[in-house]
Design a protein around this ligand. Structure first.
Ligand code: BGC
Length: 733
């Protein structure tokens, strides 16, 4: 009062003084908190929120899925949608598509846009991105992840996180770690060598922590060394927090915490979703029954634990508060802005992969044509709905049939449609309808006959098939049951290819599928799950409005048995006698994806990094700036790339390293750098790509360290892992 009267401003308490270092503010806030307040901030108070500290002015903390759009609100204690009218979002392309852009700039834009949508919706943490490695194409959640290669996933996840967090919204990178299949995800105990763990499964998480500085990490459901990953001594305490120096929070996957003492000791900081079916615990509040709630408090009061572990958890949560809810510079965000739609379409245009284009059947030449026939359920089905926790409620999703019909109308071409197959009769998912997937009762053969009849009369047949977001397809909770396309699509494709030579198959999925008819169709496009702008982006590519430049972020194996995990019969593992735990031994070790295709000489249908364009590129002779490098030097490779065709386009120059001789067996090649170049017709650019010793290193489990052994190496350079025409030898001294 007196100070005010004298015109002197009262000093805010240290924790509220944004000019102070965050650690000082954390310590100050911590010193003011009661035991109950500390316990309250480390576990959920609703399906997706946890408490702040009201007395001190910290607001509640809101998380939400993730990873490719902001999930609609659900009821406080239930999964059922709240039925709000202000929570329709833009769905961005799923992360396989983002990875396929091979363009980190797209990931930055993605993160920024998602952050703005989250802010508008008052969300403080997005439960994503996901970076589990694609080890088997059966994994129902691969579509949420960034492919099979640890280097590619690392390069793409860092800018996504930076973009998101630049808006004051925390990322929660998931699912840490080794959650590479969905079937029995709560019971799978992964047995893996330290080498494969560090070379294949951890790098993207490590980059998220050490390069992007992620504020959140979600523990995975499965087990490692017999302990659940949400409270795992090795994964969380040793690797994440000790070795990588992580200062953010570990959030449990929803219902992933199972043991109070392990949750206290083994690095879990925020517990969510325990007894995830809602308030089924009787008269008391179920959230009090969490491992990190009353059970923890009782153990402190009884003297079993001091507040040491608790204070570490609370410090992390307070840091999170200061980074997000207490960040005075945070904006208010935008929902469904034009810029977000533009970004979604641009990312999709860059991520769609042209897998095959015999006789340059694509782009569709509509001028002077009479009729195109669109076939398939995926032309009329919304794919933003379903699939588990990533399911969204979008403001709009443009369906492929509508977008193509609009393009045809511009040219006066008729756009006919035949269903061709019936995949799903599900009309809605959690109260959201799934597009025009109208009931269809005619027998399969009648649908095929109808499509064939129409195909005879069409200039082009464009089939939108693939998978969908239903159980046992590209969907959380289970894996696919087999590698073949579902719903009798193979028969349909064969029948159409027999009567029309211009058949284009657009595969909608986040996974590879068997294509026994590959050589019978002219073109194959990998269309992913693209989100709100799905139809528009696909029509852009099919008609040539956009020139495709996406590259496969995984190996498209010809048969399931070619996939190392299946060849070695390691999936899904072996149940222990008590039927509580299933041990899945990763005997494919470091030979995942193209590393395995090389080792076992399995010729894929389409190689990792493959993707065609409507123009042509010439990659010139590669050179290096030195023949010999030392361990603290960089080596720079230079190559000229020329657009030799007649359209503007982009090519991805990929650099793989081959270790000529090493003390441990190594993959034949490993991706260590890439660069996307945009070229006008006739334009030539010099591409310079530098690597350092990290690109030459492997993880030596006997030394528990990354090692770059002196000796000879080769840089293999080209536009796809199976077109590495340039080889440059060099030596590490
Ligand atoms: C999923 C997570 C998701 C969480 C919350 C879990 O079932 O595995 O990825 O973020 O639910 O919806």
């Amino acid at each position: 009062m007196l100070l005010c009267a004298l015109g002197v401003k009262a000093q805010p308490p240290v924790y509220l003084d944004s000019n102070r270092f965050i650690e000082e503010r954390v310590e100050d806030a911590l010193s003011r908190m009661t035991l109950d307040e500390k316990i309250a901030v480390i576990h959920a108070q609703s399906k997706f929120s946890s408490a702040g500290v009201k007395r001190l002015g910290f607001p509640d903390f809101w998380t939400d899925d993730g990873p490719h759009g902001v999930r609609p609100d659900v009821l406080w204690d239930e999964w059922v949608q709240a039925g709000h009218t202000n929570d329709s979002c833009v769905a961005f392309p799923a992360l396989t598509c983002l990875a396929a852009t091979f363009n980190p700039q797209m990931a930055r834009i993605y993160g920024e846009c998602l952050g703005e949508e989250a802010l508008y919706r008052d969300k403080d943490m997005i439960l994503g991105p996901g970076v589990n490695i694609n080890r088997t194409p059966l994994n129902g959640r691969n579509f949420e992840y960034m492919g099979e290669d640890p280097y590619l996933a690392s390069r793409m996840v860092v800018p996504y996180i930076q973009g998101l967090q630049s808006k004051g919204v925390a990322a929660c990178v998931k699912h840490y770690a080794l959650n590479n299949d969905e079937e029995y995800r709560h019971q799978v105990n992964v047995v893996v060598s330290d080498r494969a763990l560090h070379e294949i499964y951890l790098p993207a998480f490590k980059a998220a922590v050490t390069e992007a500085g992620t504020w959140g990490i979600m523990g995975a459901y499965n087990l490692y060394k017999g302990q659940h990953n949400c409270h795992n001594e090795v994964m969380l305490n040793q690797i994440l927090k000790h070795d990588w120096g992580y200062d953010g929070v570990v959030v449990s996957d929803w219902g992933g915490a199972h043991d109070t003492d392990e949750a206290i000791r083994n690095g879990l900081d925020m517990e969510f979703g325990t007894w995830t079916d809602g308030l089924t615990m009787g008269a008391t509040n179920a959230y009090d029954m969490y491992h990190l709630s009353m059970a923890y408090k009782e153990r402190i009061l009884s003297g079993k634990y001091t507040e040491r572990e608790l204070n570490d958890k609370v410090r992390r949560v307070l840091r999170l508060f200061f980074r997000t809810t207490m960040n005075p510079n945070r904006g208010y965000g935008f929902l469904c802005s034009d810029a977000h739609y533009t970004a979604a379409r641009q990312i999709a245009n860059e991520g769609i992969v042209l897998l095959q284009n015999n006789n340059n059947v694509l782009p569709l030449q509509l001028t002077g044509k009479r009729r195109i026939l669109v076939v398939g359920e995926n032309a009329i089905k919304m794919m933003t709905v379903g699939g588990g926790s990533s399911s969204l409620k979008v403001q709009h999703e443009v369906l492929p049939l509508d977008a193509l019909a609009a393009q045809c109308a511009r040219y006066g071409v008729e756009c006919d449609y035949a269903r061709g197959y019936v995949g799903d009769t599900v009309q809605s998912y959690n109260n959201v309808t799934v597009g025009r997937s109208i009931a269809e009762n005619r027998p399969a053969q009648v649908l095929i006959d109808e499509a064939v009849k129409k195909a005879r009369e069409a200039d082009y047949v464009v089939i939108f098939g693939g998978l969908n977001k239903s159980d046992h397809q590209d969907c959380e909770g289970h894996d696919r049951k087999d590698y073949a396309l579902p719903y009798g699509q193979d028969k349909l494709v064969e029948a159409l290819a027999a009567v029309n030579k211009n058949v284009v198959f657009v595969n909608i999925s986040g996974n590879a599928v068997a294509m026994p008819w590959k050589d019978k169709v002219s073109a194959i496009v990998q269309g992913w799950f693209i989100g709100s702008e799905s139809g528009n982006a696909l029509a852009d590519v099919l008609t040539g409005e956009a020139n495709p430049s996406g590259k496969l972020p995984f190996t498209w194996f010809a048969a399931l048995n070619d996939v190392p995990a299946h060849r070695l019969n390691t999936y899904p593992g072996t149940w222990r006698p008590n039927h509580q735990i299933i041990d899945e031994t990763y005997s494919d070790d470091i030979y995942v994806g193209y590393r395995g295709a090389d080792k076992y000489k399995a010729r894929p249908l389409f190689a990792f990094g493959h993707g065609l364009s409507y123009t042509t590129f010439e990659v010139g002779k590669a050179t290096a700036d030195k023949k010999t490098m030392t361990a603290d030097e960089h080596i720079t490779f230079t190559v000229d790339v020329t657009n030799t065709g007649s359209r503007a386009g982009a090519e991805v120059i990929q650099l793989y390293v081959h270790d000529v001789k090493s003390s441990l067996p190594r993959p034949q090649k490993e991706l260590k750098a890439f660069q996307k170049v945009y070229l006008q017709p006739g334009e030539r650019r010099q591409v310079n790509i530098s690597i350092d010793k990290a690109a030459l290193s492997f993880y030596d489990d006997t030394k528990q360290a990354w090692v770059a052994e002196p000796g000879d190496f080769e840089a293999l350079i080209g536009p796809a892992s199976d077109r590495l025409t340039q080889k440059v030898k060099f030596t590490l001294k």
